[in-house]
Design a protein around this ligand. Structure first.
Ligand code: ZN
Length: 263
């Protein structure tokens, strides 16, 4: 009887010591995840002040600003790279953060003017934004055309084999596979203005000034190839959303890479 009672007491003490210690570890890890942090308030009664106290820090955890810093690409396998490396909700695809051939986003056909390609295919959100960009350009007196949009892994491999390596990413490292990027040109006085000529044209100047209003950035600015891995491309625009586009343009280098680090 005495030994039995002692055992119960010891178990009770062990529970007091071990309980909080075991509880803290996983709890801290959970707070790093916005999904599980969001579950935390449900463990508390709705009327307690603690509910507000727990909700506030979890909202900060999920804010883009804190997610942007120090994020590591943890996709190790080809299967994992079937999805892009995402920072602050933005897919970052470059030579350091590649996607596999398995990555195929949902695409829609966009009814905008194209040249040299049979159709324009983008992710729905980028398709809507591009349509608005083209309309705004037309209203301002400029005619835009798409020279390239979505390109599959296989198509990119073919392009890379024949194109300038400073201007084309290898298969898996191209944003075109995301369906969020377009190569644009303009039509001025009935002539196609494309390539580097677009950069020094009035159409190119309009794009540079207004693309961010529709969520697009000039993805490969002048003299930033050390950061982006690609030389200046006045024709390549990437959809990132209006807020991020304006944020990227406000950085010193105007690169998506630096914006996501600086967040
Ligand atoms: Zn491009």
């Amino acid at each position: 009887m005495v030994l039995g009672a002692l055992g119960i007491v010891l178990s009770f003490i062990a529970g007091l010591v071990a309980g909080p210690v075991l509880g803290i570890g996983p709890g801290r890890q959970d707070l790093a995840s916005p999904a599980s942090a969001a579950l935390a308030p449900t463990a508390l009664p709705a009327s307690t002040p603690g509910r507000t106290a727990v909700t506030t820090p979890s909202a900060k955890v999920s804010a883009p600003e804190s997610d942007c810093k120090g994020v590591r690409d943890r996709r190790r396998t080809t299967a994992a790279r079937g999805k892009p490396f995402v920072v602050c909700g933005i897919a970052l695809i470059n030579k350091e953060h590649r996607v596999s051939a398995a990555y195929r986003p949902k695409l829609v056909t966009v009814a905008v003017k194209a040249s040299g390609v049979p159709d324009v295919r983008l992710q729905p959100v980028a398709a809507t934004a591009l349509t608005r960009l083209f309309r705004a350009a037309a209203k301002a007196g400029y005619t835009l055309v798409v020279r390239s949009s979505y390109r599959s892994y296989a198509t990119q491999a073919t392009w890379y084999a024949t194109m300038d390596k400073n201007l084309t990413a290898p298969a898996g490292a191209s944003e075109h596979q995301s369906g969020l990027a377009v190569d644009l040109a303009g039509i001025q006085a009935g002539r196609l203005v494309r390539g580097t000529a677009l950069g020094s044209s009035r159409t190119g100047a309009w794009l540079l000034k207004h693309a961010a209003d529709y969520g697009f950035i000039l993805r490969y600015p002048t003299n930033q190839s050390k950061i982006t891995g690609i030389a200046y491309e006045p024709w390549h625009f990437r959809y990132v959303g209006v807020k991020v586009a304006k944020g990227v343009n406000a950085t010193k280098t105007k690169t998506l890479e630096r914006y996501l680090e600086e967040g």
